[in-house]
Design a protein around this ligand. Structure first.
Ligand code: ZN
Length: 296
């Protein structure tokens, strides 16, 4: 090819490439495409469904001085979550697990419990945290079931909040669990001003420490009773945990894509073991929190 032909091809290539590059920069700058999520979740008025959802009943001992734990069954309604090899739905699995944990906590009687949902209904992620906040919860646990293309992937994983995921897999899981917030077509992210960001930062640091302690307890109490993933404690940017100022974790109870795990998670006996372990961890965390609150 002579130099003239090469030059002609370069000009043709540039005539396509330059507008493309300009468009990508414009989209990144003006539309925020490809930018990392902001650090804080701002509370914006949604065009639809902006009314506050009704608060669920508080179950257990009728003593308002007892700690209140909010258990969140992931997904629900038109959002089925991930699905299993035989059509098992994550939203059904998580509801059964959440109810089992609620029953274990109520039977023990030391803490009060509320479920964000006790039926097959849809809640946006913000509403789940909002229920916990409006009830004045002391602890928040969101229960999910994981999914992976690799059908051998199995075991439970405990997630705590981070602006950045602990690894690429953690980011993928967070992306999948957060996706539902785009259902309403509203961007929930935003920025707060400098002063409030410092306060938010301090309170978030405190909450992250306590959330990590809860994660440690779940692993400690759970590992003799249920199988955990080889890398069982991770951090990721989960929207459902983001705006909370109470210790909170998101627990992927197992992989719905794994035959053994899905058999376990839909088995009454396994669920009872899982619930006993999680209830035990929650009770210890609450007892510690009360002790530290009582000590000046
Ligand atoms: Zn999920």
């Amino acid at each position: 090819m002579n130099r003239r032909a090469v030059l002609q091809r370069l000009i043709i290539a540039a005539s396509f490439a330059v507008p493309l590059v300009v468009a990508v920069f414009w989209a990144h700058d003006r539309l925020g495409i490809g930018k990392p999520a902001p650090d804080y979740v701002a509370h914006v008025t949604l065009p639809d469904g902006s009314q506050l959802v009704g608060l669920p009943p508080i179950q257990g001992i009728a003593d308002a001085s007892r700690p209140l734990v909010v258990i969140d069954a992931g997904h629900g309604g038109h959002d089925p979550g991930a699905s299993g090899p035989n059509g098992e739905k994550e939203k059904t699995v998580t509801l059964a697990l959440a109810r089992a944990v609620r029953d274990a906590l109520v039977a023990d009687g030391r803490v009060r419990v509320a479920l964000t949902r006790d039926s097959d209904r849809f809640l946006v992620l913000e509403e789940r945290a909002g229920i916990a906040r409006r009830l004045g919860a002391d602890l928040f646990v969101s229960i999910h079931a994981d999914a992976a293309e690799n059908q051998d992937a199995g075991g439970a994983t405990i997630y705590t909040l981070s602006d950045r995921g602990s690894d690429a897999i953690a980011d993928q899981v967070a992306a999948r669990e957060n996706r539902v917030d785009r259902v309403n077509g509203v961007e929930l992210g935003g920025r707060s001003d400098a002063v409030s960001s410092i306060l938010v930062d301090l309170s978030q640091r405190e909450m992250r420490g306590r959330s990590q302690a809860l994660s440690d307890l779940i692993l400690r109490e759970g590992k003799s009773r249920v199988a955990f993933h080889a890398n069982p404690q991770r951090q990721a940017a989960f929207v459902v945990l983001k705006s909370l100022d109470v210790p909170s974790v998101l627990l992927e109870a197992g992989y719905i894509s794994n035959n053994g795990d899905v058999r376990d998670m839909t088995d009454t006996q396994w669920r009872t073991r899982f619930a006993a372990a999680l209830a035990q961890a929650i009770q210890i965390a609450m007892a510690r929190q009360e002790t530290s609150a009582a000590t000046p």
